[in-house]
Each structure stands twice: as C-alpha cells, then as structure tokens.
Design a binder for this molecule. Structure first.
Ligand code: PEP
Ligand code: MN
Length: 349
C-alpha cells in the first residue's frame, strides 16, 4: 500500500507509521516530496490493515495498489510523467507527441546518415535514432558497428540539433554509451534482461523500453518497474507489436489497445513504433496515426538513405522522399489532434 502523509505531518508521525509497518514485517520505502511524504509499504495487509494506518495521526490517505507494478502505477502517481531534455523537448503529459526517426543500423556511411538527420530536422522531428549494437536473430546477420556507429550518431545529432537514441545490449557498454546518446533504448529482446534493466535503472538517462515479442502488458510494466526500482524514473515505453499466430502479412501484431490500457494503469509516457510493429512500409502512416489517436506520446519510424541496400530492416525502412511525404501528413494530423485534445482538456477544466 501507499501511504500519503498530510503536508504538515511531523517527523514523529511519519516515524510512527514507518515503525508500525516495519514491526509487522513490511518492507518500507519513504519518499520525502516537496509537498507530501509518501510511504511505500510492501507486506501482508492482514497484519496491518489499510484502515489501521489511515487512522494514525498525520496520514492523509492510504491507497491499496491493485497491480504488481508500483512505481509505474497510476494509483501511486496520478499525474502523467513528463520527461524533459536540456534543449526543452518534452515527452509525455499534454505535450505534443514527438518523432524519433533514423536507420535501423547506423552504417559505415556518415553522409547517408547525415542526409537522414537533415531530413528529420527539416520535418520537425526531435530525435535521431540508429542502432550500433544490433540484437539479430541470426549470428550471420549484421551485428552493428558498435562505438564507431555511436560516434557517427552523435556527430549527426550535433550537426542537426537532434537528440540521439541508440540501443544498449550489454550493461558493460553503459559508461561508454552515456557519452554518445541522449536516450538509451532497451530492445524487445532484452525486455526481461533484468541485469540490463537494473544497470540502466542506476543511471539518470531516459530509457526507451520496448515491449517484448511476447510480453503481456503486465510483464512490460514490471520490466519498467525494474528500471524505476533502481532510481531511474525516466522510462518511455514503446509499443512495437507482439508475436501472434498470423505473421503472413505483418511482421508483428501491433497492439494498439495497449496504449490506452497502459495510459489507464501507468503514468509513464508511451510511444508507438509502426516500423517494427508491422514490418510494412505501407502501414507506417496509418498505424502511426492510429497510435497518436489513442494517445501515444510519440512515434518511432525507421528511415534509411538507401533502403534497398540497408544492412538491417531495409524492407520496412522509408526512403528519404517517402519519409518526407509521410511525415508531412503525420505532422498535419498530429497538429490537428493535439489542437483538439488541448481544446478538449481546456473545456473540461
Ligand atoms: C530497433 O529499434 O531497431 C529494434 C531492433 O527494435 P525491436 O527491439 O523493437 O525489435
Ligand atoms: Mn530495426
């Protein structure tokens, strides 16, 4: 359960609550906020009932957390989490959804990457994404150019003023990667690599956590919980499709409903990746828009300067002209949607 103390609760009152819980075998975490102190208690609610705690002096409210994820849960934090970058870009809440675009892998062609980055900037995108360490199904497929790719990514990001995103596969790469990227990505295949989740949880960089190939929504949120439990609450979830029985026409099954479901149960921002979600270029625009309609805080789209010769995911990557066309329409759609949402929330208030 979560115990929210009154804003003027005294240290003695707070300690009484903590002692009672601890004496009854609860694991207790106390978070002193600007306004309220919040006590997070895990234990057997039959030994100390929420009602008994609620009756103590200084206690404002006791909430029973219904879901196994706690830090990620909306019960615990009703307001949306907003992640803000030093350049002022914000993800989550009522902010306009962002766009993260770039090649699946950063290749040995800086000029090609820069062309993508320039197009992304021109189309108003905020992030340049590109893989340096690629989790490939086959060991014979291209595995990524590692640190060299990160150097290219950072340089292209700096030249265009875009924030950078790249996937981390191994915790031992973390100190090195922190020098190159603004956002770390945990890929679908590592969603339950708990040591990796813990490692990124101990740093302060924002983390994009992709839904696993077969993650339930609960497992997905528990993976986010592993990161948050270590102290890093800057988690951006990413719906990128899941495995199902019909892969004849799409690479994965994009679970559009997961976005509003996650919004209902969690305060974390969530973006949508129609490139991996469908594996089909022609589905990127409609599925990106669908994600935005149901509340996604951003889109992630693969763009390559020469998709036919891309070293990974060329089939689903947009060429630069295609990207500009599609992104222009997504932007118009996004602006209209955002305008309507803002009017709606202004009217509701
Ligand atoms: C990627 O973003 O290039 C990627 C490998 O994605 P996922 O982990 O969702 O398959
Ligand atoms: Mn890819």
């Amino acid at each position: 359960m979560i115990i929210i103390m009154e804003r003027n609760a005294t240290k003695v009152q707070i300690q009484r609550v903590i002692d009672l819980l601890k004496d009854n075998g609860f694991e207790v975490r106390c978070n002193v906020g600007n306004i309220h102190t919040v006590i997070d208690a895990i234990g057997d609610k039959t030994t100390v009932t929420p009602g008994r705690i609620a009756a103590l002096d200084g206690v404002k409210e006791v909430k029973v957390i219904r879901e196994p994820f706690r830090l990620a849960s909306r019960d615990r934090k009703p307001e949306d989490t907003v992640i803000e970058f030093p350049n002022g870009v914000k993800i989550g809440g009522n902010n306009k959804p962002v766009a993260m675009v770039g090649p699946c892998s950063v290749e040995n062609d800086y000029a090609g990457l820069l062309r993508v980055a320039v197009a992304a900037k021109e189309m108003g995108c905020e992030f340049l994404r590109g893989g340096a360490f690629k989790p490939r199904t086959s060991p014979y497929d291209f595995q990524g150019y590692g640190e060299k790719a990160l150097r290219y990514l950072k340089r292209a990001g700096e030249e265009t003023g875009l924030l950078t995103v790249s996937e981390i596969m191994d915790a031992s790469d973390l100190p090195m990667m922190l020098d190159y990227v603004d956002v770390l990505q945990i890929g679908a295949r590592n969603v339950q690599n708990f040591k990796l989740l813990q490692a990124v949880g101990r740093c302060s960089k924002p983390v994009i956590l992709k839904r696993g190939l077969a993650s339930t929504i609960r497992e997905f949120l528990l993976a986010a919980e592993h990161i948050m439990y270590q102290g890093n609450s800057k988690v951006i979830l990413c719906e990128r499709g899941i495995r199902s029985f019909d892969s004849a026409f799409t690479r994965n099954v994009m679970d559009i409903a997961s976005i509003p479901v996650i919004k209902k149960y969690s305060h974390l921002p969530i973006i949508v990746d129609p490139s991996h979600g469908t594996g089909q270029r022609y589905l990127i625009e409609p599925m990106a828009k669908a994600g935005l309609v149901v509340g996604a805080d951003g889109v992630m789209i693969e763009v390559h300067h020469d998709p036919e010769n891309a070293l990974s995911d060329g089939k689903q990557s947009l060429s630069i002209p295609m990207f500009k066309d599609i992104m222009a329409r997504i932007n118009t759609f996004n602006n209209r949607l955002h305008y309507e949402k803002t009017c709606l929330s202004a009217n509701v208030k």
